[in-house]
Write a protein that binds this ligand. Structure first.
Ligand SMILES: [Zn+2]
Length: 135
């Protein structure tokens, strides 16, 4: 990100997004899809890729589109210590990564949790407090 050029009109700056409060431009948005994909594939953890995708609507649309599944597959394959298994047939790569690594409300109390799913079969997330009571 860098500061906008003084006197440059935003209308002549198509594709450059300006931070709402900072006045900063993010040239990440201007990258062609191939370069954005290459950069995103260097993220070694699906949480990092999820964070990048959820950092703006523009990046979300580009990183979660149907042609972006290769990025998610690669990140899933590079996960340490073992690769993440393939998504179930009814989930996309993005939905699978979100289910495994994204924030979820606890099924019991509604608190936001980043804990791994409590039940894969029921696709259930529980926070640490409720997990203690459920066991
Ligand atoms: Zn809970």
């Amino acid at each position: 990100m860098s500061r906008p050029i003084r006197g440059q009109k935003h209308s002549a700056n198509y594709g450059v997004h300006v931070g709402l409060h900072t006045g900063l431009q993010c040239y990440l948005f201007q990258l062609p899809n191939e370069l954005l994909a290459e950069l995103a594939m260097w993220l070694s953890h699906p949480v990092d890729l999820l964070s990048l995708a959820m950092s703006s609507k523009h990046l979300y649309n580009r990183l979660t589109g149907s042609n972006a599944s290769l990025i998610w597959q690669r990140t899933r394959a590079m996960f340490q210590p073992d690769p993440v298994p393939d998504p179930p047939g009814d989930l996309t790569e993005v939905a699978w990564a979100t289910f495994l690594f994204g924030p979820h409300p606890c099924h019991t109390c509604g608190r936001r949790t980043f804990d791994p799913p409590f039940s894969f079969v029921h696709r259930l997330h529980l926070c640490k407090v409720c997990t203690t009571f459920e066991l």
